[in-house]
Ligand binder design. Structure first.
Ligand SMILES: Nc1ncnc2c1ncn2[C@@H]1O[C@H](COP(=O)(O)OP(=O)(O)OP(=O)(O)O)[C@@H](O)[C@H]1O
Length: 255
């Protein structure tokens, strides 16, 4: 049996003076796509950052069965790729060089990129259809183009576990659909994807759903389960309804 991709026990985190995560116990299965959903301010981004080791926290987090705190930084960076929200990145760097940043954990100190690094970057940029503007500076790209470069950077890591906060931000519907295909392909290879998504209908396409409210996990279950649908409707005060449309579960706004 594979250990969970990520495991949290008694996870607490504070932002400023306020505790935002109030003791979270969670197992995120390996080789699956899990989506974290919940109302604004529920603590979804904070949870994702704490799981990535990007935020000081109390309690324990394990990555692929190893305590996160004990993992050497480079090994952690090879095993866990991160796509954050509104991420700053050097605006003068070309899309190619931004994607190449994803290869840093694989490169010896100050070494030039290897053929394997270049191949991984090209694969990633082609996957997100960003290859054509590889020579353009990041600062000159539109919001959606930029997001596809940052997604390519995360893919270029070729990590076992990918954490993505609002990966669909600024993406038009065809590129949202491409993102779904990319995630499905990653999971088919045995990788783990954990994403925070606001679009409930897209989140329902995942394997597992983690529902948060007020700094706590209030439900975890398969996206196809009726109990998950009820929990999703409840956390949004019954303002959405989960329905079956064309073989997919969708969340419709309810007046
Ligand atoms: N720097 C900060 N100092 C104090 N509180 C903060 C800070 N940043 C965020 N918070 C608060 O922490 C809580 C959780 O924020 P977080 O960004 O994790 O929520 P979220 O569920 O991802 O929200 P959203 O859906 O709006 O993106 C919110 O109540 C937010 O106001």
């Amino acid at each position: 049996m594979r250990p969970p991709a990520l495991q949290a026990r008694g996870l607490r985190a504070s932002l400023g003076q306020a505790e935002v995560l109030h003791g979270i116990d969670l197992d995120l299965p390996a080789g699956r796509w899990s989506c974290i959903v919940g109302p604004n301010g529920a603590g979804k981004s904070t949870l994702l950052k704490a799981l990535a080791g990007l935020l000081p926290h109390h309690g324990e987090v394990a990555l692929l069965g190893q305590p996160l705190a004990a993992l050497p930084a480079r090994r952690r960076a090879r095993q866990l790729a991160w796509l954050g929200q509104n991420e700053g990145s050097a605006e003068d760097l070309t899309a190619y060089d931004v994607a190449m940043l994803g290869r840093l954990p694989h490169q010896p100190w100050l070494a030039a990129p290897s053929a394997a690094d270049r191949a991984a970057v090209e694969r990633a940029l082609r996957t997100t259809q960003a290859w054509d503007w590889r020579a353009r500076p990041l600062g000159q790209l539109s919001g959606g183009e930029r997001q596809r470069v940052l997604l390519a950077r995360a893919l270029a890591v070729e990590a076992e576990v990918l954490l993505m906060d609002e990966p669909l931000a600024n993406l038009d519907p065809p590129h949202q659909a491409d993102w779904l295909l990319t995630v499905r392909a990653l999971v088919a290879e045995g990788r783990t994807v954990v994403s925070v998504l606001h679009e409930s209908s897209l989140a329902l396409q995942a394997d597992e759903m983690v529902i948060m409210a007020a700094g706590r996990v209030v439900h975890q279950g398969a996206c196809a389960d009726a109990a998950t649908h009820r929990a999703l409707e409840a956390v949004f005060d019954q303002r959405l309804a989960v329905r079956r449309v064309d073989d997919h579960w969708v969340a419709l706004p309810r007046p």
